[in-house]
Design a protein around this ligand. Structure first.
Ligand code: SAH
Length: 350
């Protein structure tokens, strides 16, 4: 008989399993507690269960785990985790310490179908969507590893490999599990999207209320289409219209990410257009100077260009931050995740 992974079930489904086994309901609570709070990797680790129950459960179920293949630490203490999934595919997650925060950047797909020209993940192409449990398990496994170091994840961002809103159902299910099973506050979770308009409209209706980030990356249609092909299907103008209507709570803002590419989207005119464009949307802007990778045609702008760009936006009343590139030496920065799929000296060694 093929064993079933307990991490594939949500709260009511686990209760159902327990009922079907004619067990008291508190056993469901125990299972959930051990899987999602104590990060048990096997039914046999659940010391609260009697031996006979562990044995009978193990005849039908197991606790699935994504498998750690490699953990790399950057000079700036950013960490990158490479995981192998049950079908041998690979994904990466990045753990970013920043003052009192510890942010986990998770993947939602293997590869990515969007092919943004500046992003290395796009080069892999698209392999498949991650299941809800594989998304949540990145959190569980990292939490388990850092527990011994007395550390806890404070924030989650869907900014790893993939486009979360093209894996809508599984991402939404994962968000509910973060909220209900792990009891991680949705306000500390950010979904980042290249702008899948129908899914942006659905998100507030279907998911717990998480933060939204948009990878904007250009201030006009033509440039955006040339670097992000998704702009053909979901053009800037319609994206901005959708965001103007996006339901936000008081003081809530939409984060705009803007990868700065030298000579492409980083001029003063771009800054002025951007300031104009975002009028009426409660915004926070993150400028990300391009993180280079081998074979990419783009360059990062000079520091003065980035500062000038920031200054213009600030003078128009925006909050603008320059995102420090973390983990570049281990290819863990934005747009550098490839999970061994593309050849380079590092991946051919393995
Ligand atoms: N697909 C989603 C989630 C990925 S987030 C999205 O597009 O939002 C990855 C972020 O890194 C995006 O904001 C993207 O614009 C940015 N990025 C991609 N490649 C980059 C690079 N080489 N340098 C800097 N930022 C990059």
């Amino acid at each position: 008989m093929i064993l079933k992974n307990l991490k594939n079930y949500n709260n009511p489904q686990i209760e159902e399993i327990i009922k079907n086994e004619h067990l008291p309901l508190y056993r469901a609570k125990q299972l959930i507690h051990w899987i999602y709070k104590k990060f048990a990797t096997s039914i046999y680790e659940i010391t609260e269960l009697p031996k006979s129950l562990k044995e009978s459960l193990s005849k039908e179920y197991y606790i699935g785990n994504i498998k750690l293949i490699e953990r790399k630490i950057s000079k700036d203490s950013t960490e990158k985790f490479l995981w192998e999934l049950e079908d041998k595919e690979k994904i990466e997650s990045v753990l970013i310490p920043d003052r009192n925060r510890l942010t986990l950047c998770i993947s939602s797909q293997i590869g990515c179908p969007l092919k943004c020209r500046f992003c290395l993940t796009g080069r892999i192409g698209f392999k498949r969507n991650l299941h809800a449990w594989e998304i949540v398990d990145q959190f569980i496994q990292v939490s388990r590893l850092i527990k011994n170091e007395n550390k806890k994840i404070t924030n989650i961002v869907f900014m790893g490999m993939g486009e979360p809103l093209l894996n809508f159902e599984n991402v939404v299910e994962a968000l509910w599990r973060f909220k209900n099973l792990i009891e991680f506050s949705p306000r500390r979770i950010t979904i980042s999207t290249a702008g899948i308009i129908p899914a942006i409209k659905e998100l507030p209706k279907k998911a717990p209320s998480v933060k939204l980030a948009i990878s904007l990356n250009a201030s006009d249609e033509k440039t955006r289409t040339s670097i992000m092909p998704v702009n053909k299907k979901y053009p800037l103008r319609e994206l901005l219209k959708t965001l103007k209507e996006y339901p936000l709570k008081p003081r809530e803002r939409i984060t705009f990410e803007y990868v700065m590419l030298k000579g492409v989207n980083s001029s003063e005119t771009d800054a002025l257009r951007l300031a104009q464009m975002l009028k009426g949307i409660p915004s926070k802007i993150n400028l990300i100077p391009f993180n280079p990778w081998e074979g990419c045609e783009f360059k990062k702008p000079d520091e003065w260009e980035v500062l000038k760009f920031q200054q213009i936006l600030i003078s128009h009343g925006y909050s603008v931050f320059i995102r420090k590139s973390k983990g570049q030496d281990i290819l863990a920065a934005c747009g550098q995740l490839k999970a061994l799929y593309l050849c380079s000296t590092a991946s051919t060694m393995l």
